[in-house]
Design a protein around this ligand. Structure first.
Ligand SMILES: Nc1ncnc2c1ncn2[C@@H]1O[C@H](COP(=O)(O)OP(=O)(O)OP(=O)(O)O)[C@@H](O)[C@H]1O
Ligand SMILES: [Mg+2]
Length: 406
């Protein structure tokens, strides 16, 4: 910055008492001229100063604007790892860089270790992130306690029992496994035709234990961006260890763990990378504490056998289509809140719905309710179920049978 020019010196009037009047007049004239010169010089300087002030104001405006954009420019997501007297240790997501930064006064009360924050280029914390704005939570569904209970599941008593042993017991009675000296199964794979209650079963276990339920759909993991799928897998396990005890549920696992195909497109390579990450997370699992993993698929035939090796998904639980007794129970469950006319015979309906999945039975109940409404009634009768059944069977014929790939 250029310095402002020094002010011209103030002219001094020197009058000698010995001067003659004409000499005095001359001196006064000269003084006057000097004053005029200085005055115009000052005026020039004033004009310059004004000009300069204008330029500076403009500069200030520009800097202010720049500052605004800097403030609103992209921030990085980080986790507050530790809050100490010296500040906060934050760990930047993506590169895992850890730094000690200052704890902003306005966050002093609110911020807790494990919270996610937004930081700028110089690692200063700009804001605390809500759990909802967490990118990981967007891809994963975190549920402290899902609402489904074992009682809502019909006809899967044996499967419920198996899941309880493999998932619930190790979470609830960890010491017992320690004492006996065995490791609980690493991962449980639920497999069976669509709509038979696999997802329900996984949710019910989480409800029954006080574990956090973290659900990730396999299709979510199959991102087309390099590295994103494997990063999500890493995050999934990291999140689970933060929320322990936790149940990780990977639905539609076939999307990530399908057999290697012939085609070698980059998409496939990315899916492979995601699966490798999943396998390596599971392999390094022993020391992760109270985390159980459940996966589900309706395409068991498609799975890469690598994921079924010991230490990975080594407990297979088949969830079949319900038998007559199962169908009766499922119908009962799904009509619990309906006002049924007394004569509705579930035994009979169960016999007539051979081959129906749980999901199809649920929609049969809804359909029957719709027929009652259409008829202006609030009670649902056998005839409504018969009509619903007819409609569903007709639908099946026109649309073709559901693909039996299982
Ligand atoms: N055994 C069951 N008991 C009660 N309701 C069931 C049962 N099976 C399925 N349903 C009903 O069908 C719906 C879908 O079930 P769910 O999502 O658990 O099926 P799924 O086996 O995971 O199917 P998919 O392989 O297509 O994912 C449930 O929300 C429930 O209403
Ligand atoms: Mg499912």
């Amino acid at each position: 910055m250029s310095r402002s020019p020094s002010l011209p010196e103030r002219p001094r009037l020197e009058l000698d008492p010995d001067m003659s009047p004409s000499e005095r007049l001359g001196a006064l004239k000269e003084h006057f001229e000097q004053l005029v010169r200085v005055n115009s010089e000052l005026e020039d300087q004033l004009a310059n100063a004004r000009e300069r002030r204008e330029a500076l104001t403009e500069e200030v405006d520009e800097l202010e604007r720049e500052n605004e954009t800097l403030k609103t420019s992209s921030l990085y997501v980080a986790t507050a790892e530790e809050i100490t007297d010296d500040g906060v240790v934050v760990k930047q997501h993506g590169n895992n860089q850890e730094v000690l930064t200052e704890l902003p006064t306005q966050l002093r009360e609110a911020l807790e270790a494990g919270d996610r924050v937004a930081i700028n280029d110089s690692f200063s914390i700009q804001s605390q992130l809500e759990t909802e704005t967490d990118a990981r939570a967007q891809a994963m569904e975190v549920d402290e306690s899902p609402e489904v209970t074992y009682d809502d599941i019909g006809g899967l008593e044996a499967q419920i029992q198996e899941v309880r042993e493999a998932v619930e017991e190790p979470l609830v009675n960890a010491e017992q496994f320690d004492e006996v000296g065995i490791d609980p199964p690493s991962g449980v794979l639920l497999h069976g035709p669509p709509g038979t209650g696999k997802t329900m079963l996984a949710r019910a276990v989480a409800n029954e234990t006080d574990a956090t339920f973290i659900k990730m759909a396999g299709s979510e993991l199959v991102r087309k961006f390099i590295g994103e799928g494997s990063r999500l897998v890493r995050d999934l396990f990291e999140l689970a260890s933060e929320r322990e005890p936790a149940i990780i549920f990977i639905d539609e696992i076939d999307a990530v763990a399908a057999k290697r195909t012939e085609s070698k497109t980059s998409g496939d390579a990315e899916v492979q990378r995601t699966m490798m990450q999943l396998l390596s997370e599971m392999d390094g699992f022993e020391d992760r504490g109270e985390i159980r993993i459940i996966a589900a698929t309706n395409r068991f035939d498609m799975l890469d056998r690598a994921i079924l090796r010991p230490g990975r998904f080594d407990r297979l639980i088949e969830v079949p289509e319900p038998d007559a007794e199962g169908r009766r129970r499922i119908l009962e469950i799904h009509t619990q809140d309906m006002s049924l006319a007394d004569e509705v015979d579930f035994e009979h309906l169960a016999a007539e719905t051979d081959g129906f999945s749980g999901a199809e039975l649920a929609s049969l109940a809804t359909e029957a309710g719709m027929f009652a409404i259409r008829d202006g009634r609030t009670d649902v009768r056998t005839e409504d179920f018969e009509e619903a059944l007819e409609k569903i069977e007709e639908g099946d014929q026109t649309e073709g049978q559901p693909v039996a790939f299982y």
